[in-house]
Design a protein around this ligand. Structure first.
Ligand SMILES: Cc1ncc(COP(=O)(O)O)c(C=O)c1O
Length: 415
């Protein structure tokens, strides 16, 4: 059963939780002086429109019309009740998912790529650089840049560049230049932290270029709140007063923040982050100041981290292979408002395949992490005989990750 909002009900403002956080977030620090940074320190990399959102104290931020015009190409996205999965599990829980896979790039990432391209264009910046792991963020930014006629150069983690040619082709179709990273070591398989260093170095050394990040930062989570704002209205259409638990996979924290932050003030609603046990940032990392990249060029952020030189194993959920996490998500986990759970990848593919065989949709490996937790939550509700309402974010489809399914189905997957 599917619950759609009319296009006329597309949210026109993003929800900013920064003023609600107690204690407030710790400020980012300059990478060399280790003093708190101000807007001017970020100006070589980001447009002022985004820098101001990064520190905004307004609970609502209006979405400019030019951004809404593009978001309307696929938003509002459907909210679907996963009744076939419920029946297969025999659970009294009601499971709803927000289908972010319907965007042009196939994931939630364009929700922030479009505003990021817009604010750069508005300030006269003609070129953006970014990094991408498995390619979801790179494709989203490439799509957004082509909408605003910006040049885009994507530094793609070399292992993915070699193993996953289709995301690269998609980025090139949308006009981007794609190169393998690290650029200075052709034998290195690469990592997200190294690719961020490459993209930041490129942007910092050219006046005509800014850098765009697909997760972690406050403004990225702000843009993604459109997911939870829509879901809130759609749950009412479905006859629910509120969810009992909101679940999403967590790499840098943007799809999780997007669906969960609009529910933050109702403290009876549980919020759950799901990560890989091979990159267990929230469940086993330290809460500390750390760099966002490997080379130590970005500001230091207060977050859960495995160390900026941590190189996670090459699991298929490339978007979850990040050593750190969003400061907002980290603060919520630290304060106990949000829970975190980790799964080995075999268990997540088992869940993803069960979802594909009930609901019909083949999820991205990242999304499979959320589905694993949803299934376990629904089975726990069955055990207790509880009518739990579970909401989760279907962050992307897996059509360009089929080699991962091939590995799983043929017993070649590392646990
Ligand atoms: C489909 C999908 N889900 C989840 C993620 C994790 O990122 P985030 O934690 O920023 O949502 C990614 C990142 O690339 C992704 O592509």
């Amino acid at each position: 059963m599917r619950f759609d909002l009319p296009v006329s009900r597309l949210p026109t403002a993003w929800r900013n939780v920064l003023p609600d956080l107690a204690p407030p977030l710790e400020p980012p620090l300059h990478p060399r002086t280790r003093e708190p940074i101000g807007p001017d320190d970020l100006a070589p990399l980001f447009p002022m429109g985004l820098i101001l959102q990064e520190v905004s104290a307004d609970p609502w931020v209006d979405i400019p019309g030019a951004i809404l015009d593009i978001l309307r190409l696929w938003r509002p996205t459907p909210l679907v009740r996963a009744e076939r999965l419920e029946r297969a599990l025999g659970t009294p829980a009601r499971i709803y998912f927000k289908d972010e896979s319907v965007s042009p790039a196939g994931s939630h990432k364009p929700n922030t790529a479009v505003p990021q391209a817009f604010y750069n264009k508005a300030e006269g910046i003609p070129r953006l650089t970014t990094e991408t792991g498995a390619g979801q963020w790179g494709t989203a930014l490439s799509f957004a840049c082509t909408q605003f006629e910006l040049d885009c150069k994507v530094y793609m983690v070399r292992a993915s560049y070699q193993q996953k040619p289709y995301r690269k082709i998609l980025m090139e179709t949308w006009g981007s230049e794609v190169v393998p990273s690290p650029v200075d070591d052709p034998d290195h398989p690469g990592s997200l932290g190294l690719a961020i260093s490459d993209a930041v170095r490129d942007a910092a050394t050219r006046d005509d270029t800014h850098y765009a990040l697909g997760s972690v930062l406050n403004h990225v989570l702000l843009h993604q709140t459109i997911i939870g704002l829509e879901a809130k209205e759609q749950l009412v259409l479905a006859g629910e007063t509120r969810p009992d638990v909101v679940i999403a996979s967590c790499g840098g924290g943007s799809n999780l923040g997007g669906i969960a932050l609009p529910f933050l003030e109702d403290t009876d609603i549980r919020l759950v982050a799901v990560e890989p046990s091979s990159c267990p940032t929230l469940t086993e990392g330290q809460f500390d100041y750390d760099f966002g990249d490997t080379a130590g060029m970005t500001p230091l952020m207060a977050m859960y981290t495995l160390g900026h030189d941590f190189v996670p194993p090459a699991i298929h959920a490339g978007g979850l292979r990040y050593h750190g996490d969003a400061p907002i998500i980290s603060a919520l986990v630290k304060s106990g408002r949000m829970e975190a759970i980790a799964y080995p990848q075999g268990k997540t593919f088992e869940a993803a395949v069960q979802f594909a065989n009930t609901e019909g949709k083949v999820p991205a490996p990242e999304t499979g992490h959320a589905i694993r937790a949803v299934i376990d939550e629904a089975l726990a509700a069955k055990e207790l005989g509880e009518e739990r309402v579970i909401l989760f974010n279907y962050s992307g489809h897996g059509f360009l990750d089929l080699s991962a399914y091939d590995d799983y189905l043929n017993g070649r997957l590392d646990a």
